[in-house]
Design a protein around this ligand. Structure first.
Ligand code: NAD
Ligand code: DAU
Length: 339
């Protein structure tokens, strides 16, 4: 089995590559990644020299490059993680989100049509459903919840989902889509809540909480997401959407306080800053379908996962310090200096 994994130098894609190479050591894995600010080749250093792994630096929007790779490798499956993934950046500059997340998805699927494929899997997000109210805890996102997006990021991901379903219906492309809740774990880029708070706390810097910190996210350890995708691409039904989430809702402020406690840092580092525009209030996934149809259940409890994650950031300072001391400094300054 030859699998092209796009966006494999990023957070979830790299964790997926590690998982799949371990679970299916006979598979050939090709990572296709543009190495944007969010992609990091050093993340893949442990697999780079494996005989059944190949890294290709290319843009998923580049038809010629994608066509060439498909011609060379004739993949059986494509798992598309490549995306612009940060909501705050999409609010600053939406265009690149449309290009990569929508056009890039269509370029990949056109190559799948041309060369033939047994599965194209689109890694999507629970953000396509918009948000839920804090005072309606009985409500959850199911696969039939209407698409109702809030940010340019989520709108681009929803557009891609619609395109994927259209390629299935129109051309019979064998697709699946997964919509997962917030992930956390190793190699999470430090612009996102959990790694940003860990890095700032370790550097005794302010911990910028948007608004009142009451927004709720449904956190899942990244390996549980990878396991779910592995199940979907092998056993999921073509044309179907699967929600992935572990019923682990937490308020942002509680996560930040927990990180302070774990690192023995004072809560006085917490600074309330101007809220995100259009900030989604609550995400909560109903994972009944993937549980009933594919037997998936999350395995890592948040209490264990967050400890493992914090330990990883403590033991891999080089990885994130190199990032925060580079171009990221300008980003941080722009987004947080006068917030
Ligand atoms: P990330 O930002 O950490 O990584 C994205 C990767 O894609 C990077 O390696 C980057 O270089 C690559 N990339 C970006 N544009 C590209 C292009 N044009 N061509 C080729 N490669 C390109 O993202 P992530 O957090 O790992 O998210 C991966 C996927 O999972 C995304 O599709 C995202 O929407 C989805 N998702 C993320 C979460 C989460 O909590 N992080 C939850 C649900 C779904
Ligand atoms: O739900 C899945 C989505 O989760 C993915 O599709 C996205 O790619 C991923 O980035 C993530 O989106 P969020 O916007 O939920 O994640 P983020 O880490 O950016 O923010 C989590 C919450 O923390 C959100 O309510 C905003 C808040 N926040 C974030 C940052 C970066 C802060 O309060 N302060 C911060 O500095």
């Amino acid at each position: 089995m030859t699998v092209i994994v796009t966006g494999g130098a990023g957070f979830i894609g790299s964790n997926f590559i590690f998982y799949i190479l371990k679970k299916h050591p006979d598979y050939r894995i090709i990572c296709l990644d543009k190495l944007t600010y969010a992609g990091n080749l050093s993340t893949l250093k442990y697999v780079m020299d494996l005989p059944n792994f190949r890294f290709v630096k290319a843009d998923i929007c580049d038809r010629e490059a994608v066509d060439k790779l498909f011609g060379e490798e004739k993949p059986d499956m494509v798992v598309n993680f490549a995306a612009e993934s940060h909501v705050d950046r999409s609010i600053e500059d939406p265009e690149v989100f449309l290009r990569t997340n929508v056009i890039g998805t269509s370029v990949l699927m056109d190559a799948c049509r041309k060369y033939g494929i047994i599965r194209y899997h689109q890694v999507s997000t629970d953000e396509v459903y918009g948000d839920l109210l804090l005072d309606r805890p009985e409500m959850f996102f199911t696969e039939t919840t209407p698409i109702h997006t809030s940010s340019p990021y989520s709108a681009s991901k929803a557009s891609a989902d619609l395109l994927v379903l259209a390629y299935h219906r129109t051309y019979g492309l064998p697709v699946t889509i997964s919509r997962c809740s917030n992930n956390y774990g190793p190699y999470h880029f430090p612009e996102k809540l959990i790694p940003l708070m860990i890095a700032n706390a370790l550097n005794d810097k302010p911990l910028p909480v948007y608004g009142k910190g009451e927004n709720v996210r449904d956190w899942l350890y990244v390996e549980d997401h990878c396991k779910a995708i592995d199940l979907i691409i092998h056993k999921g039904t073509v044309g179907e959407v699967y929600n992935i989430g572990g019923h682990n809702e937490m308020r942002n402020i509680d996560i930040v306080k927990l990180i302070c406690r774990e690192l023995n840092k004072p809560e006085s580092l917490i600074t309330y800053v101007t809220d995100r525009k259009g900030h989604d209030m609550r995400y909560a996934i109903d994972p009944t379908k993937i549980h009933n149809e594919l037997g998936w259940l999350p395995e890592t409890k948040f209490a264990d996962g967050i400890k493992k994650t914090i330990d990883w950031y403590l033991n891999n300072r080089d990885w994130w310090e190199e990032i925060i001391n580079g171009e990221y400094r300008n980003y941080y300054e722009k987004m947080y200096a006068n917030r």
